[in-house]
Write a protein that binds this ligand. Structure first.
Ligand SMILES: [Zn+2]
Ligand SMILES: [Zn+2]
Length: 378
């Protein structure tokens, strides 16, 4: 692969840091056994610095999915500086380009240039000049501007402070250096890079098939909840990436907890019915494509079936949404009698049941088509 404009500084840093780390591990584990306390400290720092990237650089700065106060921002920027992933301004600039031009040549870490390019090799390229228009809002933020201007000092200071603190606290400076600093950094770098590589490579595409982002529970375990990347690329202004309660998304839980503590506000969340509509549309498009590709002789009948089924679900979704809004409004303003509220509740339940059943049938139909079987003729 050709790399135009090799970024010497970063390239040499990344290569040297990986080679030396392997040597450090061999030497360290040959002579020492890490204490449980040191392992715990490493894991805690891995989580804190990781969440400062996903909850700070990503969901706060790049996508402005919530707002917070300057004290929380300062804490985020301190730990994010420890993550050695460039300043919030640069990170967000590149990430906003990634979303705007995903999978094209203007995407800084496009998966279409190869898995390893998206994972790490893109860092070997000279970084593009930051276009202030893309991050005008962030450039005006004094804390972000300060961290950008003094990034090297912020990065070194935060790391040195934490290394000295952990070394002093646990009476083990060597362990603090090899494990809580270096190994933690290595794990964090690769988990962040996985979002650009694995999360565009291995998983399902329930919300949109127009771009390469995928949803994958396992990737979420490695990336503090960022593995629901297909959803994220579809609804980037949602503070959640994993929308179900059982989706592993610690970043979402952190933002939610900050909100409950009064430290975050204005959390953006995409409407439930809108998400469902998108799911139905994506499933329909995927099925239609397969019908056109593999069911030439039965194309018309199958196309009519899936189109009608999707339309019915969407009509009922719009109806359920309207009824729920009506019910909430009546309840709030106390404008309706208990009898009317009861009727509305029953109606909502019935529409939701119909949606569930229709969606199940629609999914089964689609599954058959995707497997190359004709569901109507069976
Ligand atoms: Zn992406
Ligand atoms: Zn994003």
């Amino acid at each position: 692969m050709r790399l135009d404009g090799f970024n010497k500084k970063t390239g040499i840093f990344i290569i040297t840091y990986h080679i030396l780390l392997v040597v450090a591990w061999i030497l360290y584990f040959s002579f020492y056994t890490p204490s449980v306390a040191m392992i715990v400290a490493t894991v805690i720092l891995y989580f804190v610095t990781g969440l400062s990237i996903t909850g700070g650089y990503h969901r706060l700065y790049s996508h402005t999915t919530y707002k917070t106060n300057p004290v929380v921002e300062a804490v985020i920027l301190f730990f994010a500086s420890m993550s050695v992933q460039s300043s919030a301004l640069r990170w967000s600039f590149e990430h906003r380009l990634h979303h705007a031009y995903v999978d094209t040549d203007q995407d800084p870490y496009s998966i279409n240039r190869g898995f390893w390019y998206a994972h790490i090799l893109w860092l070997f390229k000279k970084p593009a000049e930051i276009d202030r228009k893309v991050v005008a809002d962030l450039a005006k933020n004094p804390l972000v501007a300060f961290q950008h201007k003094h990034y090297l000092a912020c990065m070194l200071t935060s790391n040195i402070i934490m290394f000295l603190f952990v070394g002093w606290l646990l009476g083990d400076y060597l362990g603090a250096f090899v494990l809580s600093w270096w190994t933690r950094l290595f794990m964090l770098h690769h988990s962040t890079w996985f979002i650009n590589s694995l999360a565009h490579f291995w998983g399902t595409q329930s919300f949109s098939q127009e771009q390469t982002a995928v949803d994958n529970y396992i990737i979420s375990l490695l990336t503090f909840g960022e593995g629901y990347h297909n959803y994220h690329h579809t609804f980037a202004n949602d503070y959640r990436n994993g929308i179900r309660w059982y989706h592993f998304d610690p970043t979402k839980w952190l933002i939610w907890a900050l909100n409950k503590m009064g430290l975050a506000h204005g959390l953006k969340k995409v409407n439930h019915y809108h998400i469902k509509e998108r799911l139905v549309a994506a499933r329909k498009n995927e099925t239609l494509e397969k019908i056109a590709e593999s069911f030439e002789s039965r194309k018309e009948e199958l196309t009519v079936y899936i189109s009608k089924a999707s339309e019915t679900i969407c009509t009922n979704l719009a109806r359920a949404r309207k009824l729920v809004e009506e019910y909430t409004r009546y309840k709030k303003t106390k404008q309706a009698s208990a009898e009317i509220l009861k009727q509305l509740k029953t109606e909502i339940k019935a529409v939701k049941r119909t949606i569930r059943e229709d969606w199940k049938t629609c999914q089964e139909f689609s599954k058959h088509i995707m497997n190359g079987k004709d569901p109507i003729q069976q």
